[in-house]
Structures are given as C-alpha cells and as structure tokens.
Design a protein. Structure first.
Length: 85
C-alpha cells in the first residue's frame, strides 16, 4: 500500500471537490490525511527508539492508526469519495 498515491488521489481537483463534497465528506477525507500522518509518526518512533516498552508503544500506535485508516478508507469508498481540498 502506497500512502502517497492514496493521498494524491484524495487531493486531486481542489476547486471541484469544494463544490461536490459536503462538509462531512471533507472532514472524513481530512481525518484520513491525519491518520496517515499518525501512522508515519508511529513508524518514525519505532525506527528511533530502542527501549522495549517504547518499541511496543510504537507498534501499538501504528496498529491503532492503521485500523482507523482502514475503517476511514472503507467509509470513503462507500461514499465514492476521491478528492479533497
């Protein structure tokens, strides 16, 4: 899964998306973007820590963000959302 490709698809056609999507849809797509950032932060934490408890925390944080991401993507697909400002 390439998060950048997915994010690019969501960010296409800025002006058009403002007219086609409700505020709720835009909020959903913004949540997806935030969740991608959360996954990246968790991965960075995992890469830079050595304490076993922090490694465990990073794994848990990434897993939680990935689960949230999967859910949000499924909701966006059901709504046929593709673009965001």
């Amino acid at each position: 899964m390439n998060k950048n490709i997915i994010l690019d698809l969501l960010l296409r056609n800025t002006e058009k998306s403002k007219k086609e999507h409700s505020e709720e849809d835009i909020a959903l797509l913004n949540n997806i973007k935030e969740t991608i950032s959360e996954m990246e932060v968790a991965r960075a934490l995992f890469d830079y820590v050595s304490d076993p408890k922090l490694v465990e925390l990073a794994i848990y944080a990434e897993d939680t963000a990935r689960t949230r991401y999967d859910y949000l993507i499924s909701v966006a697909k059901r709504r046929d959302l593709r673009m965001i400002e």
